[in-house]
Design a protein around this ligand. Structure first.
Ligand code: MG
Length: 344
């Protein structure tokens, strides 16, 4: 089961509608599909969805790493996947999304060789996970329409993007909360607020009894002090996303008592750091959610297998394949909000 080759292919995906988060609008996304080939011809799949905004990655630059990485992992046996993971840890700072794709492709090749799905190699804690779906920033009418559609599709958690303007953000969430009963919200400001704005926003949620599960990344990634102040002033759990990329970031967040939740994304951390973050947060009593970053079918599959295998997450935000056009789930079955990982 030795690694012989590594192939990269660029794939472009269009969003169903422009995806608008705080200070950023996306209409399409270029990802890299990874094929890791073993000596017997078995192919393991992975997907890198790079992010300049979050990781400082450039898709064009990481595409050039194919030769260098193949040199490092060639002839390693995928049964010894921790050896491959360790080599790839060198790319935490430069190309975390590619690290994730190749680490998953390694497990996937191993999985195919032994006819056992990846989520069982990772521990098999759950047979399925339940994902939320995201409402991006838009007009009040659009927001209510999109949230209703998500509720009707069977999702029990709705993720709402905020972070550009407190007043209209509050109005949008309250309008949705008036229309829909029986759901919880993950509210994500994507670093868009100041500390004072975040406290104003979350106070409005509390006064209006909005069932907020997590208030995610209210302030800039580096502002651990702001997170801490908001955590102390908020009746709802506060989560880190952009602040929590590597296991070292999460160790600092825990030490500083800055958050109640961490949003793990394989595209920020790879599988190796994600595994470490799960254990650190479990030990520290910090809650976990898992998110995505414009991955298509294979990329979301990576996270579905990771989440089901470890069983570590309270919230699953694995909806990017639903936000992109013409994406079929690969490696999992989607039934309403449930995602069942399968051998693929
Ligand atoms: Mg987020």
């Amino acid at each position: 089961m030795k690694i012989k080759d590594l192939r990269f292919t660029e794939k472009k995906w269009d969003f169903v509608k422009p995806f608008h988060i705080a200070n950023n609008v996306s209409t399409s996304k270029v990802n890299i599909e990874v094929e890791l080939v073993l000596s017997d011809g078995t192919v393991g799949l992975g997907e890198s969805s790079s992010s300049f905004r979050v990781n400082g990655e450039s898709e064009a630059a990481i595409f050039q790493l194919q030769k260098e990485i193949l040199e490092m992992i060639k002839d390693l046996d995928v049964r010894d996947y921790r050896k491959v993971f360790a080599k790839l840890d060198a790319y935490s700072r430069t190309a975390p999304s590619l690290k994730a794709a190749i680490q998953f492709a390694t497990l996937h090749a191993f999985s195919r060789s032994i006819s056992t799905p990846v989520y069982q190699i990772l521990g098999g804690m759950k047979d399925f996970v339940e994902t939320d779906k995201t409402v991006s920033i838009g007009s009040l009418e659009e927001t209510v329409h999109d949230a209703k559609e998500i509720f009707d599709a069977g999702h029990k958690v709705i993720k709402m993007k905020v972070g550009e303007d407190v007043k209209s953000d509050v109005a949008r969430v309250l309008a949705v909360n008036d229309e829909i009963k029986g759901v919880r919200y993950v509210i994500d400001a994507n670093t868009g607020y100041t500390t004072k704005e975040a406290l104003r926003f979350i106070d409005a949620m509390y006064r209006n009894d909005v069932p907020v599960g997590i208030f995610e990344q209210p302030v800039p990634a580096e502002d651990f002090e702001g997170l801490k102040i908001i955590r102390q002033g908020s009746m709802y759990p506060v989560g880190a996303d952009e602040s929590a990329k590597t296991k070292y970031d999460v160790m600092r967040l825990i030490k500083e008592g800055a958050v109640d939740y961490v949003n793990i994304k394989l595209m920020k951390s790879g599988l190796s750091d994600a595994l470490a973050i799960v254990e650190m947060c479990n030990s520290a009593g910090i809650g976990l959610m898992i998110g995505c970053m414009s991955e298509s079918g294979i990329g979301v599959s990576q996270s579905v297998h990771f989440a089901a295998g470890t069983g570590a997450f309270t919230y699953h935000d694995l909806d990017s394949h639903l936000l992109l056009k013409d994406v079929d789930p690969v490696g999992f079955r989607q039934e309403k909000d449930r995602q069942y990982p399968i051998l693929f």
